[in-house]
Design a protein around this ligand. Structure first.
Ligand SMILES: [Zn+2]
Length: 446
């Protein structure tokens, strides 16, 4: 982004307000031009006359229009920094005077029916925007923090994060996630099996939930009312048609194991478990996969092949794993280059070394220069890069022998698995995304 805030907005030509200085230099330009929230602040004669409900609405509206997934508001020294997450990366939207901290927080808490004067304990709530803002769901989280000011004092503040769930922006179609075609074919093949376990793995924000909902939607489209699908989730992020979704409730002891055990008596064919994070859940899920159910779940693991070691650490016998798990899908989300401003470019030499010579010959390296279509980011949207580990006879043997993760990965590669890094590099060679994006988001194979 431009380093000179004044030049960006031409503010010097008509200085009216002290609050101009607080408008961030990283302003995101929305598709209709400037931020509505900073325009509003500029229109004021004094910061004292700000209508808090209006300002908060405009910040939310700016974020929704830019296509952001989250809003972050946190005190930084003498200002309240408001950022939005666009295509996975935080960008500055506004800087407000720190004095507005409590008012912004109070307004949001009123929207979410929370105790508005309490700032010294974490609070969570949700609110829905009006239809003029698309009826979008906002999940708010307030977390008490300490902040210092320029005078060396220490004040109380809050970090506020709002997740934006826009039902219209979500597509749960396996064909539209950007999966490599070989992954798509294998995934559909695995989903056609009557039993076994499919696990998805990747860090938070790698597209696991979207992929798992797309897999369930695929099954509903294929089988209609002839199939019984149930989920146990924490939280249920979207309501899917024709699927029974259950929400975990820890305070009422409705935990994953309790829910799953009960669900087994509900004659399900397909069971989706939001996340396997303890031995008990892992055990029931593995048993379900062995007894005629198709189980789909996610698990945290450093790598796709590492899922087996993680499950063995949860005291699952390797022979049970080998017969239950039919495939593991590793996922990452990468930003794709904006088609309107894509142009050839030369990454820096140290990065270029990461591309093998053979590939370099056919490479058409491109990145986005930034234009109005991509709100000057050079990127438009995100797609999944995948690593599909299908469990065949050779992999099954490797699991039963408890081979270390690295060795197990080698066996899978020998059976045709393309690693995340290889898949990412192919996107670079095809000019779909710049090299830097893959380096940023995918661990190297070396
Ligand atoms: Zn562009």
């Amino acid at each position: 982004m431009d380093s000179d805030p004044v030049a960006v907005h031409g503010i010097t030509e008509r200085p009216r307000l002290a609050c101009y200085l607080l408008i961030g230099h990283g302003d995101v330009i929305t598709r209709n031009g400037m931020n509505q929230s900073s325009n509003y602040l500029r229109s004021l004669d004094s910061i004292e006359t700000v209508e808090m409900a209006r300002l908060v609405d405009l910040i939310i509206s700016d974020a929704i229009e830019a296509g952001a997934s989250d809003i972050h508001a946190e005190p930084w020294e003498d200002s309240l920094l408001v950022r939005i997450r666009l295509n996975g990366v935080l960008q500055e939207l506004l800087r407000l005077p720190a004095d507005l901290m409590e008012k912004v927080s109070g307004r949001l808490k009123v929207m979410a029916n929370l105790v508005s004067y309490e700032m010294d304990r974490p609070q969570e709530g949700h609110a829905q925007t009006g239809s003029e803002m698309g009826g979008v769901e906002l999940r708010m989280s307030f977390f008490p923090v300490i902040r210092g000011n320029h005078q060396g004092g220490v004040l109380r503040g809050e970090k506020i994060v709002i997740r934006i769930f826009d039902p219209k922006r979500r597509s749960f179609n396996l064909d539209h996630l950007g999966f490599e075609s070989s992954t798509l074919v294998t995934m559909k093949h695995l989903l056609s099996k009557p039993s076994g376990m499919i696990l998805l793995t990747g860090p938070t924000g790698s597209g696991k939930t979207t992929a798992i909902y797309a897999a369930l939607t695929h099954l509903v489209e294929k089988h209609g009312s002839a199939i019984s699908l149930s989920t146990v989730e924490d939280p249920v992020e979207y309501n899917l048609p024709m699927i029974s979704q259950a929400q975990i409730h820890h305070a009422k002891d409705f935990t994953y194991p309790v829910a799953l055990r009960s669900l087994m008596r509900q004659d399900p064919q397909v069971i989706m478990v939001g996340e396997i994070r303890d031995a008990e859940t892992a055990n029931i899920a593995v048993q379900a996969g062995l007894t005629g159910h198709l189980v789909i779940s996610t698990i945290h693991s450093g790598s796709t092949a590492g899922v087996f070691a993680r499950m063995i650490n949860m005291k699952i016998e390797p022979f049970l794993l080998a017969s239950s798990i039919i495939g593991v899908l590793g996922l990452r989300l990468i930003r794709t280059t904006c088609p309107y401003c894509a142009q050839p470019y030369q990454p820096e030499a140290s990065y270029m070394k990461l591309i093998s010579e053979g590939l370099l010959e056919e490479a058409s390296l491109r990145h986005g220069g930034g234009c109005e279509h991509c709100v000057m980011t050079g990127f438009s949207g995100r797609v999944s890069v995948t690593e599909m580990l299908e469990v065949d006879e050779a992999v099954r043997e490797a699991i039963m022998e408890k081979l270390p993760t690295r060795k197990l990965q080698e066996v899978a590669i020998g059976r045709g698995m393309k690693t995340l890094w290889q898949a990412g590099m192919e996107r670079v060679i095809q000019g779909e995304t710049p090299l830097e994006e893959i380096i940023r988001s995918i661990p190297s194979d070396r």
